[in-house]
Structure formats: structure tokens, C-alpha cells
Write a protein that binds this ligand. Structure first.
Ligand code: AMP
Length: 216
């Protein structure tokens, strides 16, 4: 799983790791944005909360993850991105893992970067409407302006990546999500990775941190 504040690079690193290791990428923010775009009940409920920088209620998120863990595609292993965001979610995940997979979380990767860098990165992030790929206008721009390299979809600035909302998300992170790192640290599976380095370097560090865990 990837832990860390908004803008630390969780999504970018999680996608690459999942691709390289053949794992399912479960990104709760992507799932909620897709639900919002499809205007489902969940999507409508989530959109209002997301645009304010708040957290969708634990019960809703836990139900959503329970569904994903039950997906046959998850049996080969997965990378969680954006979940858990509260200690309650982490506790519920333990229970779900025991009941549904008989396995435990192998590693919680904690990506961090200084706050001003997180605000800067969020403002220059662009997301594809089609496939959800992330770009950064400064460090990893698309080849053609506003067009996704992967699927040709249009790119947009997330509502919640505007500065005021990012600052609110950072406050929510500090209060509710940061304690999740201590939860996994106490269990001895927290791996710290410096998220300030360029993405390729972060990825190499991440792979080094996970080296002992990778199965053939
Ligand atoms: P992300 O794409 O991971 O930055 O998530 C975007 C937004 O979706 C967050 O700011 C929350 O509003 C909501 N969200 C995503 N994952 C969770 C979660 N595990 N618990 C509560 N809210 C979530």
C-alpha cells in the first residue's frame, strides 16, 4: 500500500509498481472520480465531499474496498493507493484481509515531501478524463498539450488540486491519515521513501525497499 500526503506521488508510483509486478492497482480516488463522472449515488455523495477536500465516510470506503478485494483479479496481489486514510479503515482492512484473502499487508510505503512542494505539485498535476493517467506540467508533461499520451483523452485540473482545497486536504491528512503510518510502523512493515526526488529515482528507491518481498 502507498501512504503519504496528497501530491507525494502515490498514484504515479503505485501504477508503475502494479504494472511491473502484475498486481491489481486499487486507487480509491480514481474509483470515486469514475463514480462521480458516471453520476451514480456513490459518485454524487463523494463528489460534494471531495471538492471540499474532506474524507468520504469510513463505512462507504470500507464497503467499496471489500468489493474490490473480493474481485478475482485481486487474488494475485494488489497495490492499494489512497486507502486506508484513517486508523478505522486500517483496522477494517486487517479484518477484511483475514476474512477474504487469508493474507496480510506485506508493506506500507510512506512517501513524503515538504508541504510547499505538495501544493506546487498538485497545482501542476493534470489527470486524463479517459484513463485516469496523471501528468505533471513541469516534471512529466504530456507530449501534446492537454492530451493523454496513453489514450488520447483530454486532461483536466482536479477541482481539489486548487491551492485552498489542497491546504484543507493537507490538514485532513495531518489529523486523520498521518496516524495510519504509526499503525503500520508499530507492526514493522512501514518503508519510508523520499518523495521529493524525481519520479524515476523515487521508483528505484521504492523497489529497493521492497526487494525482499517480491515473489517470482
Ligand atoms: P486521491 O485521488 O487519492 O487524492 O483521493 C481524492 C479524494 O477522494 C480524497 O481527497 C477524498 O475526498 C476521497 N477519498 C479517496 N480515498 C479515500 C478514503 N480511503 N477515505 C476517504 N476518502 C477518500
Amino acid at each position: 500500500m502507498m501512504l503519504g500526503p496528497p501530491g507525494a506521488g502515490k498514484g504515479t508510483q503505485a501504477r508503475r509498481l502494479a504494472d511491473d509486478l502484475g498486481l491489481l492497482h486499487i486507487a480509491t480516488g480514481d474509483i470515486l472520480r469514475q463514480a462521480a463522472a458516471a453520476d451514480t449515488d456513490l459518485g454524487r455523495q463523494a463528489a460534494a465531499i471531495m471538492s471540499q477536500g474532506g474524507l468520504v465516510p469510513d463505512a462507504v470506503m470500507i464497503g467499496l474496498i471489500a468489493e474490490r478485494l473480493g474481485d478475482p483479479a485481486a487474488t494475485g496481489g494488489f497495490v492499494l493507493d489512497g486507502f486506508p486514510r484513517t486508523v478505522e479503515q486500517a483496522q477494517a482492512l486487517d479484518e477484511l484481509m483475514r476474512e477474504q484473502t487469508g493474507r496480510e499487508i506485506d508493506a506500507a510505503v510512506y512517501l513524503d515531501a515538504p508541504e510547499e512542494e505538495l501544493v506546487r505539485r498538485s497545482a501542476s498535476r493534470r489527470v486524463c478524463r479517459g484513463c485516469g493517467a496523471n501528468y505533471n506540467l513541469i516534471s512529466s508533461p504530456p507530449r501534446r498539450e492537454s492530451i493523454c499520451d496513453a489514450c488520447g483523452g483530454g486532461l483536466y485540473l482536479r477541482d481539489d488540486d486548487r491551492e485552498g482545497t489542497v491546504r484543507r486536504r493537507l490538514a485532513v491528512y495531518r489529523d486523520l491519515t498521518h496516524p495510519v503510518t504509526a499503525y503500520y510502523d508499530a507492526r514493522g512493515c512501514l518503508r519510508r521513501v523520499d518523495g521529493l526526488a524525481p519520479p524515476d529515482q523515487v521508483y528505484q528507491d521504492l523497489r529497493r525497499q521492497l526487494a525482499g518481498l517480491e515473489r517470482a
